[in-house]
Design a protein around this ligand. Structure first.
Ligand code: COA
Length: 538
């Protein structure tokens, strides 16, 4: 492999301006993450103290092995939704190391509306379970939840990807032999009672933990029976009488200690093997990514400059370097793991699509994980290209991306528009993980383009009716809201609030996050060879 030769001038005006711009975006990101972690009402803090509970972050800190990383999933889910304070959708989820085992944690934050589950909370729970299934990670639920957030019950209850699916998934995880351990550290009411019930092992905290299908108020209303939460579903009831829970814990710390012992006793995971070598830092300073990425998404730049600051020793074996130059493909190592990287260097043409298809097949056959660095405005359009078969060549790439079964990881480092999102392994193509950089934009097309399409459609309609085209002031009136909504909804924060991604990353952290994610992914078999590929249109 050769070292990528960088052509960046770190003293140039352009570099400095880019750096300033990206650093401001990263500072905003840090602030948003901090707010999501810490903004809680005084009332909620006081209630937690009164109940002698640990906060959700303290529980997770206690659970994880000392000085090990925690790869948090969707920390800004539900940002700006509801009352704008349901941080992280009321759940902390992420991959960490417990007693040397990689696990995924799903923990309710009882300081946000009693840990109740909002629609985005259901989505986050399902995403956490999907990660557990795809990567064969044991899952630890720390439940402390008033169940469904009742004012929005119709949005969380009945559909295929609503609340019921959480328990369905628990049954499937159980069938797959993926361990599920539940700490009952607060209420598990109604639907939430099924989380411990469907888990393999349940640790129940005395005094604060309770499991019941109907809480005391409901029992009183339905039967007239007066009963306390502890009498109805406390640790003693479920550890001694009903057998719903398996381990009795004196308090939160004790509960976490028991969970650690359970994880310690799990058999070791037999990780999939991929080519590896001794990890090495990139040769170039990773911080230079800030100055490399242009302020404007439409300004072209060489994605190799980013790759050079992400891969071990900045070494890259480029595949078909002279063919289909708008897509850069090649092999490299990240934290010692061999990967195949695809990075956009412009619009996708037939040649770049065919190159991608071949490269993806090679990586898939060899069992090498794929990394997509997505910065794409779409596939080329126009008469010449349609005649040249761009649609069938684009199809081959989309087909290969969809059917390759090695772990895939996507980072949207710039634009993510149109079918380019599909070909470069957008969320619909099941990458194991997908992140965005804070400068990224996503949508069917850019706002200006979408607005222009709508004006053309309208003018064509008017022409058919024998009328003149729209006057200039009407054009602006029609265009403005389309551009505004595309900008708002195409923003990385909008995407992450909706959980179209697993989080927004500081570009400089991308290499480390990829290293952790690749390691987690290797807990599952590398490939699924049952079906092979679909039919490629020739
Ligand atoms: N839906 C919507 N909001 C709920 C809620 C629910 N299921 N359960 C609690 N909340 C809200 C409360 O209204 C309160 O809001 P506020 O801070 O704006 O006043 C906040 O969550 C905290 O509740 P509170 O009762 O003050 O805190 P707590 O720590 O004493 O108790 C619970 C928390 C969850 C144990 C308790 O509120 C409870 O039992 N809730 C009802 C549970 C239930 O029956 N759920 C059925 C769902 S299917």
């Amino acid at each position: 492999m050769e070292v990528i030769e960088s052509r960046i001038d770190t003293k140039s005006e352009e570099y400095k301006k880019n750096e300033h711009h990206m650093m401001a975006l990263v500072a905003d990101l840090r602030q948003e993450l901090e707010r999501a972690r810490t903004e809680r009402s005084e009332k909620a803090r006081a209630r937690l103290k009164e109940q002698n509970k640990l906060s959700v972050r303290e529980r997770i800190d206690h659970l994880l092995d000392r000085n090990t990383p925690f790869l948090e999933i969707a920390p800004l889910a539900a940002r700006g939704l509801y009352d704008k304070k349901v941080h992280g959708a009321g759940i902390v989820s992420g991959i960490g190391i417990v007693e040397g085992h990689e696990v995924i944690i799903h923990a309710n934050d009882s300081m946000i509306k009693g840990g109740t589950v909002y629609p985005m909370g259901v989505k986050k729970g399902l995403r956490t379970q999907t990660i557990a299934m795809e990567n064969h990670l044991p899952i630890i639920y720390l439940v402390d939840s008033g169940g469904a957030y009742l004012p929005l019950q119709s949005e969380i209850f009945p559909d295929v990807d609503d609340g019921g699916r959480i328990f369905y998934n628990q049954a499937i995880l159980s069938k797959m032999g993926i361990p599920q351990i539940c700490g009952v550290m607060g209420l598990c009411t109604a639907g939430a009672a099924y989380i411990p019930a469907m888990s393999d092992e349940v640790v129940h905290v005395k005094g604060t933990g309770a499991i019941f299908l109907g809480g005391p108020p409901l029992v009183r209303a339905a039967t007239g029976e007066e009963v306390t939460a502890d009498e109805l579903g406390g640790a003693d009831v479920h550890c001694r009488e009903s057998g719903v829970s398996d381990y009795f814990a004196e308090d939160d710390e004790h509960c976490i200690d028991i969970i650690r012992q359970i994880v310690k006793a799990l058999p070791p995971s037999r990780k999939a093997e991929i080519p590896r070598r001794e990890p090495r830092a990139p040769l170039y300073d990773q911080n230079e990514i800030y100055g490399i990425v242009p302020r404007n998404l439409s300004t072209p730049y060489d994605v190799r400059e980013v790759i050079a600051r992400m891969v071990d020793g900045s070494e890259f074996l480029e595949f078909k370097a002279r063919y289909g130059p708008t897509l850069v493909c090649g092999w490299a190592y990240i934290h010692g793991y061999e990967v195949g990287i695809l990075g956009n260097n412009g619009i996708l043409f037939s040649d770049s699509s065919l190159k991608a298809t071949q490269f993806i097949q090679l990586c898939d056959k060899r069992g090498i994980p794929l990394i997509f660095l997505q910065n794409i405005n779409g596939y080329i359009i126009g008469k010449e290209y349609e005649r040249g078969g761009i649609t069938k060549d684009g199809h081959k790439m989309v087909n290969a991306v969809a059917t390759a079964t090695v772990p895939k990881f996507t980072v949207i480092i710039g634009a993510s528009f149109g079918a380019g999102n599909y070909g470069m392994c957008g969320r619909g193509y099941s990458p194991r993980f997908l992140w965005m950089w804070p400068n990224a934009q996503i949508g069917v097309m850019g706002g200006e383009q979408a607005a222009q399409v709508m004006i053309t459609v309208k003018n064509d309609q008017l022409a058919r009716q024998g009328n003149p085209p729209l006057p200039e002031e009407m054009v602006e009136q029609i265009k403005a809201p389309i551009i505004a909504s595309a900008e708002r909804e195409g923003n990385a924060y909008y995407s992450t609030a909706q959980m179209w991604d697993d989080g927004i990353l500081d570009p400089v952290k991308t290499r480390d996050v990829l290293g952790l994610a690749i390691s987690a992914a290797l807990n599952a078999p590398l490939r699924d060879d049952r079906y092979g590929y679909g039919t490629f249109r020739m």
